[in-house]
Design a protein around this ligand. Structure first.
Ligand code: GLV
Ligand code: MN
Ligand code: MN
Ligand code: MN
Length: 420
């Protein structure tokens, strides 16, 4: 990996663009790691300090900030009393030792875009039909509390509020307790949305390869994520003969390999992975009695995903037999392939032409809060390029000129949506 992280350089820009780049540099300091990344798990002190900073920024520009019952943070600006809102935002939480751009760029760009649109409405250059809401969705990453995209899933009615609030992290702290402890637990259900917009880094390398600055997302890959629990029996690693062992970690390891073998059956069109293993008791000289793992299967082709699912299911019985364990299926988090509304895609393309930005249609392979929102309101999802496609990594990087071009694009989109 050759990417060197360059510090955001406001001096290369003027006016409000320079302010945006300077604010982005400030944002990178919350939960900063020694290697140039960030570590800002949902509902922790670093997450809440950054939320407080966002509140101050928005309040300085006349927005009223409130939290809903799952800790989504909204900056509300009423331009047309009683009208629904154009929701624009992303998420500030991160994976462990993550990059600076995933989520945070989209929230800051949303705040600056909304501030600019509000100025245009105030000075009469734009006439609003809808109100403006900047949103920082709670727990998009799902790193501390599962599932991912928790805040937008509750907002869109895909996940019950009570289930989300009762979800505990590995230390037993629930979402409700975490939100209370950082002062992010609100009382309402958030504003009513008319439209939604989100900008994000691509997290892949297709845009870089094609030399485009703006990706207009026209659909998403489907995902099936499973929590699997492998049950074995705790034993002595030295004295227990191999034939007597019920090694949960061996079973889990076979599942890791099976996931990769299934992906290899569908080259390029299926991505599979195991991202987390919890081994119990995880001690030297002990054959593990239990391993929990999170396995995900993703494809743009639901037929391929169904076949992969079946292959995984077939492999479970074989692995149980081989490792002398049992595999229990725990919770799952799945979403289908659905298109982003064509009107939003066409609007974004027209704006990219007007702004003279090189653009193209892209698919999102990762889940985003907009993946949820597009199922309830017309939604525009935009990408800016990721250098070398690196993401969920401290070396994640997007050039300053691209984050600024993305901000210009998002501002124009929000202005059009707000004008109705
Ligand atoms: C979440 O971002 C996912 O893609 O799973
Ligand atoms: Mn993200
Ligand atoms: Mn992410
Ligand atoms: Mn994501």
């Amino acid at each position: 990996m050759s990417t060197t992280i360059l510090e955001p350089n406001p001096a290369a820009f003027t006016g409000n663009d320079a302010k945006f780049v300077a604010d982005f540099a400030t944002l990178c300091t919350f939960g900063a790691t020694a290697n140039g990344g960030v570590h800002r798990l949902a509902g922790t002190a670093a997450d809440s300090e950054q939320r407080a900073w966002l509140t101050r920024l928005l309040e300085r520009h006349g927005f009223r900030v409130e939290f809903d019952r799952i800790g989504n943070q909204f900056g509300l600006l009423e331009l047309v009393p009683g009208a629904p809102y154009v929701l624009v935002g992303s998420h500030l939480d991160s994976q462990p030792t993550a990059g600076r751009y995933d989520g945070a760029y989209g929230v800051l760009a949303a705040a600056h875009a909304a501030i600019r649109v509000a100025d245009h409405c105030e000075n009469g250059t734009s006439k609003p039909k809808y109100n403006l809401a900047v949103v920082n969705w709670f727990n998009e990453e799902g790193a501390r509390f599962k599932p991912s995209m928790m805040g937008s899933s509750v907002y869109t009615g895909k996940l019950a509020l009570e289930d989300a609030l009762a979800t505990a992290d590995s230390a037993g702290t629930t979402v409700e307790e975490a939100l209370k402890s950082v002062g992010s637990l609100g009382t309402g259900d958030g504003p009513e949305a008319a439209y939604c917009a989100e900008i994000h880094i691509e997290q892949g390398r297709s845009m870089e390869r094609e030399g485009i600055t703006i990706g207009v997302v026209d659909s998403n890959w489907a995902a099936n994520k499973y929590q699997l629990v492998v049950h074995g029996e705790q034993a002595h690693t030295g004295s227990t003969i191999i034939a007597d062992r019920k090694d949960a970690l061996l079973g889990a390891s076979l599942l890791v390999v099976a996931a990769r073998e299934i992906a290899d059956r569908f080259p390029g069109v299926l991505h599979t992975s195991v991202g987390q293993l919890d081994v119990y008791p995880n001690s030297p000289v002990v054959v593990p009695s239990k391993v929990t793992l999170l396995l995900d299967l993703r494809s743009a082709d639901e037929e391929v995903l169904a076949q992969a699912d079946q292959l995984l299911h077939d492999r479970l019985a074989e692995i149980e037999n081989l490792a002398n364990v049992s595999v229990e299926k725990g919770s799952s988090h799945c979403w289908p392939v659905t298109p982003y509304q064509p009107e939003g895609v066409e609007l974004a393309e027209k704006i990219a032409v007007d702004l003279g930005l090189a653009y193209g249609r892209v698919k999102t392979l990762a889940g985003h809060d907009s993946t949820n929102m597009k199922d309830i309101v017309p939604t525009v999802m935009l990408f800016v390029p990721s250098v070398e496609g690196i993401s969920h990594n401290e070396h994640e990087y997007t050039r300053d000129e691209d984050i600024v071009a993305g901000l210009h694009m998002l501002t124009a989109v929000v202005q059009r949506l707000c004008a109705g």
